[in-house]
Design a protein around this ligand. Structure first.
Ligand SMILES: NC(=O)c1ccc[n+]([C@@H]2O[C@H](COP(=O)([O-])OP(=O)(O)OC[C@H]3O[C@@H](n4cnc5c(N)ncnc54)[C@H](OP(=O)(O)O)[C@@H]3O)[C@@H](O)[C@H]2O)c1
Length: 283
């Protein structure tokens, strides 16, 4: 993996002969070639929502796979702390304080990424907010605020990033199982925003994959204990019986999916959703 191949490029269909395993190629060499397709050396990734929760793990996974990471969220001190930690571990990282509900702020994140690292290959739209409230009790302002961040913020970040992904790229949207099913708690705004994220994923994939070489996919997490879920962890624990894996998710359960979708390992995958929920949605 040299980092010179755009991460979003859809291969022509011709497989170079030196990538075809054969009896004459030692299995370690084949394994090394396969694993190299997951590498992100030379790539640059913006990850939103990296001041707490799942975004911290997603950004760390991308950095460990070799990408320079640009950390975006509103709590500047927290993202600066994570950037410093990643740099101290030998990775490339920077923090940019951002409110993704503001489309101009989204463009500023991308400009900062280009100024520091010179290119952009990957965007992970992870920032999100939610609330549990019966529909009739939720004010229009509260409903709009959730749509503004989860759906519109994802769109503003994607538009800004797509313009910077001049060699192709990969956009990964973090949705939720509540885009696909219900969990017994009233979350109309949140569920609607995340269902919108899946529709946005499909549409941007069909608009941008061929024309711009930008793949757009979604990850659908199940239930993970984070800052977002702090008020309803008991309710989440009560759902464990509906999860075939028998437990809530650990943030690192998402690392494989994000590195796969960011890397050349998924170069022919676009407009898709990877559900990482221990099996919750099949029950
Ligand atoms: N935890 C779960 O069980 C679960 C399940 C399914 C999906 N998800 C999704 O996973 C994503 C991460 O959630 P989490 O569980 O890790 O929650 P979290 O710990 O609350 O993290 C949310 C992140 O989003 C950022 N954020 C919120 N509003 C923002 C804004 N306007 N501009 C920029 N950043 C903003 C927050 O940072 P600041 O407050 O510093 O801005 C924070 O870094 C969300 O999209 C969530 O919907 C979570």
């Amino acid at each position: 993996m040299t980092g010179t191949v755009p991460s979003g490029t859809v291969p022509s269909g011709t497989v170079p002969s030196d990538t075809v395993p054969s009896d004459t190629v030692p299995s370690e060499k084949v394994a090394a070639r396969l694993l190299a397709r997951f590498g992100l050396e030379g790539r640059v990734a913006v990850v939103t929502g990296t001041s707490s929760g799942l975004g911290v793990t997603l950004a760390t996974a991308l950095a460990e796979a070799g990408a320079a990471v640009v950390l975006a969220a509103r709590r500047a001190d927290r993202i600066a702390e994570l950037a410093a930690k990643l740099v101290a571990e030998g990775h490339r990282a920077m923090a940019v304080a951002t409110d993704i509900a503001d489309d101009n702020a989204c463009r500023s994140v991308v400009e900062a990424a280009l100024a520091e690292f010179g290119r952009l290959d990957v965007l992970v739209n992870n920032a999100g907010i939610g609330s549990i409230e019966p529909a009739h009790r939720q004010s229009p302002a509260e409903f709009r605020a959730i749509i503004d961040v989860n759906l519109l913020g994802t769109h503003w970040m994607s538009l800004a990033a797509a313009d910077a992904m001049t060699s192709g790229g990969s956009i990964i949207n973090v949705a939720s199982v509540l885009a696909l099913t219900t969990a017994g708690s009233p979350q109309a705004a949140y569920a609607a925003s995340k269902a919108g994220v899946l529709a946005l994923t499909r549409d941007l994939a069909q608009e941008w994959t061929g024309r711009r070489g930008i793949r757009v996919n979604a990850i659908v997490p199940g239930f993970f204990v984070t800052h977002l879920t702090a008020d309803h962890n008991d309710a989440m624990n009560a759902l464990t019986g509906r999860i075939p894996a028998g437990r809530l998710g650990e943030p690192d359960d998402l690392s494989g999916a994000v590195v796969y979708l960011a890397s050349d390992a998924s170069s022919y995958v676009t407009g898709q959703t990877i559900v990482v929920d221990g099996g919750f949605v099949i029950t």
